[in-house]
Ligand binder design. Structure first.
Ligand SMILES: CC(C)(COP(=O)(O)OP(=O)(O)OC[C@H]1O[C@@H](n2cnc3c(N)ncnc32)[C@H](O)[C@@H]1OP(=O)(O)O)[C@@H](O)C(=O)NCCC(=O)NCCS
Length: 253
């Protein structure tokens, strides 16, 4: 898998754009943008410098939260810019979801130092979700498994396709990506048992999952969908990163 190259000089010390040349899940219809961000370099004036409106929801937020929000919005704005909408101000919905321009959909994710945004204006796509996670520690895996994994997924674990830390992180991440893709349609929170990962192809970076409860007329119980994943090697990061992408397309595609 190719390493991710840093491109260009840092616009600010806080942000370093990442050139997603490979190793990240993708699709021709999806515009992606990612960056490194350094919480230590965060400064209140960066919202103005980067031309991003600081929402009222962040007034009392801690520095880490402000930094990750800013980095995510920076990526989203770059992705929208590449789609012809450079100055669109992404709103925040009642459930914290980003509000994308009419006719477009997208998603944002941030891990400790990484942020990524994806957008598309492909009318055959009605939802897209992205997630980046640092590989969980063994202790975190033990804590999170009972909340995130169901019987189907425990049986995947027993196939030893990946170390349990990576596989658990991957399953968690696919579920987060699916949640973000589906939320604009479903319009309410749903739990981790709403889908089951059934098959994982480590070499192709694709997985198949099933919806366990009816979420929406186009997301009925029993429907099978595909997710993509990869383990991008990011220069400067010593931990394993897992990136996932879920694209919901109309049946015509
Ligand atoms: C909201 C949630 C998906 C965020 O995921 P996370 O791994 O904690 O954090 P990430 O950095 O990857 O993503 C955060 C971004 O998700 C986006 N997001 C938040 N709520 C969202 C929603 N309801 N719908 C779509 N996107 C949402 C936001 O852009 C947010 O970043 P921002 O607030 O800085 O703009 C997660 O915390 C959550 O509440 N999940 C609900 C339960 C779930 O996932 N169920 C699984 C179903 S199978």
């Amino acid at each position: 898998m190719e390493a991710v190259n840093l491109s260009g000089s840092s616009r600010e010390n806080f942000i370093t754009p990442l050139d997603l040349v490979g190793g990240w899940p993708g699709d021709d219809a999806i515009v992606r943008s990612a960056c490194f961000y350094d919480v230590e370099q965060y400064d209140e004036s960066l919202f103005d410098t980067l031309g991003i409106v600081k929402p009222k929801q962040l007034l009392r937020a801690v520095t880490k939260r402000k930094a990750e929000f800013l980095a995510g919005r920076y990526c989203a704005r770059r992705a929208l810019g590449q789609s012809g909408l450079p100055s669109y101000c992404i709103g925040i919905g009642r459930h914290r979801q980003p509000i994308w321009p009419e006719g477009m959909c997208g998603a944002i994710s941030h891990a400790r130092q990484l942020a990524i945004a994806v957008v598309t204006r492909d009318t055959d796509i009605y939802g897209v979700g992205v997630d980046v996670e640092e590989e969980m520690t063994s202790a975190a895996v033990l804590q999170i498994q009972p909340f995130v994994l169901n019987a189907d997924e425990y049986s995947l674990l027993s196939q030893h396709l990946l170390p349990p830390e990576q596989l658990t992180t991957l399953i968690y991440s696919i579920k987060e990506s699916f949640f973000k893709a589906a939320f604009p349609l479903v319009q309410h929170y749903f739990d981790f048992d709403a889908i089951s990962l059934l098959e994982i192809d480590i070499h192709q970076g694709v997985c198949c999952f099933r919806i366990n409860v009816s979420l929406h007329p186009v997301l009925p119980q029993g429907k099978r969908l595909r997710g993509q994943f990869s383990f991008p090697r990011v220069r400067g990061l010593d931990t394993c990163t897992i990136a996932t992408l879920v694209i919901l397309t109309r049946e015509t595609r």
